[in-house]
Design a protein around this ligand. Sequence first.
Ligand SMILES: [Zn+2]
Length: 92
Amino acid sequence: MVTQGGGSDRSPYEEEETARSRKIVCLLCHRQFPNKEALLRHQQLSDLHKVRVGKQQALNLQVAMNILGAAICSVLKALVHNGKVDIDLEVY
Ligand SMILES: [Zn+2]
């Protein structure tokens, strides 16, 4: 089995080591669970969790779109500035 380095997909929870026991925390809902099964059940069944996941994804998408938009805009401005493209840029 080949594992690829990077670890880019982060799980939306973290395992917390406490003095007495190990707890798992849902980072979206800030709720603690005694084990992974309880967390999985929460992720699958909790309406609150689903709402938060949806909001988080919308937020991530928005951030990505902003970054992409800014990048495209700066490239276009550079092209126009260099006289390579002749278009009117709308300024928002
Ligand atoms: Zn949750």
